[in-house]
Design a protein around this ligand. Structure first.
Ligand SMILES: Cc1ncc(COP(=O)(O)O)c(C=O)c1O
Length: 406
């Protein structure tokens, strides 16, 4: 008898859907297509030499550790390095606050596993990171969305929604994926204050904070929370689980990220991780440690910032030069993405078919909206393509707009 697999799936599996967008994005792999679709770092800035040297050293000097299983929480010297870096940036914590994971994507999934019961409400920005929605959909949660403007979540809307008792709230305060928008200091403080008032834990996802091209660095939500609690020294035991990753500052292929949170929450996440993969790749953790231990990552971030800053400017200038005035877009101060809004009544997913005929691609914005809507929006990535390709791609996109927009 042939197995009918779908009749054996768990109920929650119904919430996992093949995305039409992903199918479309497969077409963008053709070499003639200029894709602003993925969230990929530029391969030109991968620190190949530093990683090669670290590989040599790790295999020569630490092979018995690097090729062995490791502890679930992570390789201690790497955790110490993460603690030192967090302190430098204003968040006091210790090694027991830190869990190393196989990408922040795994941390998001572990958070779902530990915290979400079917029917729980999760408060999110609208739009928000698609990967978080995908991770949490399979835990059968519902979403509550908060209105935002170009300064972040609107406090009145946030307070009103917090009264609906969400289980968690999820924010990306720096150069958000997908919009590129950042929270101002006042809005960050408001988030901390309101989450505390209603007793709702915050998941702060910060893959892009180090990639700022203009303006001043702002404190993380976790830092503001620790200051509000008078925990400026020693262990962190506040209300925030802070996520960051080596994906955008070293290489996503390492699949290496970290979470910082209250010891109790971090221990529970580690217990959940045991059942998932026992430990994050020991080999990759030792590589990251070897690459980072003498301050190389800070220098390397300067290189990345220079390259992406130029690419952001080229994309903004090209949009200004080629696009009809009825279209608007965000001016992100950092990160990898900007967000385009078409006049109402246009459908960016349908328009993608025309864009692909012109060999240019983007991600239609609808899929970043947890409750639907946003059909007239799209996300453009500016980190991956070189300046010349960005110019060509935007002029192709502008041709599509001029011919097909309502
Ligand atoms: C907001 C956000 N969170 C998490 C991730 C996942 O990062 P990682 O590569 O560490 O899994 C991404 C990747 O693009 C992201 O944009």
């Amino acid at each position: 008898m042939e197995t009918n697999w779908s009749s054996h799936y768990a109920k929650r599996t119904n919430r996992m859907k093949a995305s039409a967008i992903r199918e479309l994005l497969k077409l963008t792999e053709k070499p003639e297509v200029i894709s602003f679709g993925g969230g990929l770092p530029a391969p030109e800035v991968f620190p190949v030499e530093a990683v090669a040297k670290a590989c040599d050293r790790v295999l020569k000097d630490y092979s018995e550790k690097a090729l062995q299983y490791g502890t679930t929480e992570g390789f201690n010297p790497l955790r110490e390095m993460i603690v030192a870096d967090a302190k430098k940036r204003g968040l006091s914590c210790d090694i027991d606050n830190v869990l190393v994971s196989s990408g922040s994507q795994q941390a998001l999934d572990l958070i779902g596993k530990v915290f979400i019961d079917p029917g729980d409400k999760i408060l999110v920005e609208n739009p928000t990171y698609l990967g978080a929605l995908q991770a949490w959909n399979s835990y059968e949660c519902d979403y509550i969305t908060v209105k935002s403007d170009e300064h972040g979540m609107l406090p009145e809307s946030l307070e009103e929604k917090l009264k609906q008792h969400p289980k968690l709230m999820y924010v990306i305060p720096n150069f958000q994926n997908p919009t590129g928008i950042s929270f101002t200091l006042e809005r960050r403080k408001k988030v901390v204050e309101l989450a505390d008032k209603y007793g709702i834990p915050i998941i702060e996802d910060d893959p892009y904070g180090r990639l700022r091209y203009e303006g001043k660095d702002l404190p993380s939500i976790a830092q503001l929370d620790s200051e509000m609690r008078g925990q400026e020294k020693g262990q962190y035991n506040g209300n925030v689980i802070y996520l960051s990753t080596f994906s955008k500052i070293l290489a996503p292929g390492l699949r290496l990220a970290w979470s910082i949170g209250a010891v109790e929450a971090i221990s529970k996440l580690a217990q959940a991780k045991q059942g998932v993969d026992l430990n994050t790749s020991t080999f990759n953790q030792l590589i990251a440690y070897e690459v980072g231990k003498d301050g190389f990552i800070d220098q390397h971030i300067e290189v990345i910032r220079k390259v992406y800053h130029e690419r952001r400017d080229v994309m903004l200038d090209a949009l200004e030069e080629h696009c009809p005035k009825t279209i608007s877009w965000t001016h992100p101060e950092g990160g990898l993405f900007l967000w385009v809004t078409l006049p109402e009544g246009n459908d960016a997913a349908k328009l993608m078919i025309e864009a692909l005929k012109e060999n240019v691609a983007y991600v239609p914005g609808g899929s970043f909206h947890s409750l639907g809507g946003g059909d007239n929006t799209m996300r453009l990535n500016f980190s991956f393509s070189n300046p010349q390709t960005i110019n060509e791609g935007i002029s192709r996109l502008a041709r599509v707009f001029k011919t097909h927009l309502k």
